[in-house]
Write a protein that binds this ligand. Structure first.
Ligand code: CA
Length: 428
């Protein structure tokens, strides 16, 4: 077992029951204290944000090859991630040791604690990484089935190639934003009626997609492949991912090359990167894969993660209302297969790249991970507690995605990915 994952460890910091961030989590993020000018890297225990730059400055990471705070005084984790897995593991281990209640007497000293803590309410969370690339997979069988039933052949909804490889497309990394950032409804070309000429205007079918994304922790050279048994070494951690989608724009543009402007106007991630290590206790077998996969995609360990996911909607000024509940364990193609497939042609990856799973829908209606599926393309609107109906997202609606893994001993959470839909701004 990874030492920092030991569920019996207690911390000398106060952590509320049911927190997503017990001492067994130790995620990484970038934050800016409201009273400081520079962003820096941090971790989180309970509601305490811990300044890794300040700890490094005091010399407490020297023996793990971090001499100064420099690598943490950055606006992204990319440089830290590039130091490699042994370093992230050592930092996580060190944080676990420092805040272990058994070591309270050693570490709870003014010398050490001075300047390292902020309350979560005293900081702004920023994008944790600077992603060079974004891939969006299409790895949920239930999601692909729903899409096939809605737009393809209802009798044979899954494309022939789907069960042979994790399908995906290249997204636009520049428009990925951190939780708390509002996104404006896009304008685009929309064909309102089949066989008629398209119109141009604001999307009327704004949607969310309940997804997770992993962040690459290594760099490869062009021509290099990542064998599936090494894929875990190239994954730093995971975040929640909301792939905002304009369905009407998508419908008109996506043939023959796939989604383009209907997806690239904004996607939202949660700010804390939960390491693959912290999620190890929650590995589970994924769905059975039939036909048998090519040997380069054959993965012998449990490759899925039991992470409970939910999406909530809050109209302006109202309490959030849960509209679906799913689980990362439902995805058919696991993240190791996704990464291996992505590089099997020799495509190189960089540190900090984002790889989204695709919408994670489950087998029951309440587990569908998009409005498109929940309302069956607007045919069965959702009724909110205030009586309002929603086919898709309205202006000023807020969408919240949450996720956590939990067993009888520990809960490892992701926090939230929150975004508000702002009205479109039309051209003058
Ligand atoms: Ca997607």
């Amino acid at each position: 077992m990874i030492k920092a994952n030991d569920p019996s460890i207690k911390t000398w910091l106060q952590v509320k029951d049911g927190s997503d961030f017990p001492i067994q989590n130790i995620p990484f993020g970038i934050f800016k204290p409201f009273n400081r000018t520079n962003p820096r890297a941090g971790t989180r225990i309970g509601d305490h944000v811990i300044d890794l730059a300040a700890i490094a400055e005091k010399g407490y990471f020297k023996d793990i090859e971090i001499e100064s705070g420099e690598v943490f005084y950055r606006s992204s984790l990319n440089e830290f991630i590039a130091l490699g897995k042994p370093v992230w593991q050592a930092v996580r281990e060190r944080i676990s040791d420092i805040f272990n209640h058994a070591n309270e007497e050693i570490w709870r000293t003014e010398d050490f604690t001075d300047g390292i803590f902020y309350d979560i309410s005293e900081v702004e969370m920023l994008m944790p990484v600077e992603p060079g690339d974004l891939t969006d997979f299409y790895s949920s069988l239930e999601h692909a089935t729903n899409i096939g039933k809605l737009f393809g052949n209802p009798k044979d909804p899954i494309p022939e190639n789907w069960r042979y490889m994790p399908l995906g497309y290249h997204g636009k990394a520049s428009s990925v934003v951190v939780s708390g950032t509002s996104v404006r409804r896009p304008l685009g070309q929309i064909q309102l009626y089949e066989d008629e000429t398209p119109d141009f205007g604001p999307s009327h079918q704004m949607d969310f997609e309940l997804e997770m994304a992993f962040i690459s922790g290594g760099k490869t050279r062009p021509g290099e492949r990542i064998p599936i048994d090494h894929a875990a070494d190239f994954i730093f951690g995971l975040v929640l991912f909301n792939d905002l989608s304009a369905r009407d724009i998508q419908q008109w543009e996506q043939n023959p090359l796939g989604p383009f402007l209907s997806k690239s106007f904004g996607s939202v991630i949660s700010p804390w990167v939960v390491t693959l290590d912290a999620l190890e206790p929650f590995r589970v077998e994924g769905p059975e894969q039939e036909p048998e996969v090519f040997s380069y995609l054959s993965y012998s360990h449990p490759g899925n993660f039991n992470i409970r996911l939910e999406a909530l909607m809050a109209p302006e000024g109202e309490e959030p209302h849960r509209i679906c509940r799913s689980n990362a364990k439902f995805i058919y193609w696991n993240i190791f297969q996704q990464l291996t497939h992505q590089t099997v042609n020799g495509c190189n990856i960089n540190v900090g790249d984002l790889f989204a799973t695709g919408t994670i829908s489950g087998p029951t209606h309440g587990a569908f991970g998009s409005m498109l599926e929940l309302t069956w393309n607007g045919r069965k609107p959702i009724v909110l507690p205030n009586g309002e109906h929603r086919k898709y997202l309205n202006d000023n609606d807020t969408i919240i995605i949450r996720g956590h893994a939990e067993n009888e001993k520990v809960r490892i959470g992701f926090g939230e990915a929150v975004t508000k839909i702002l009205p479109a701004v039309e051209f003058e």
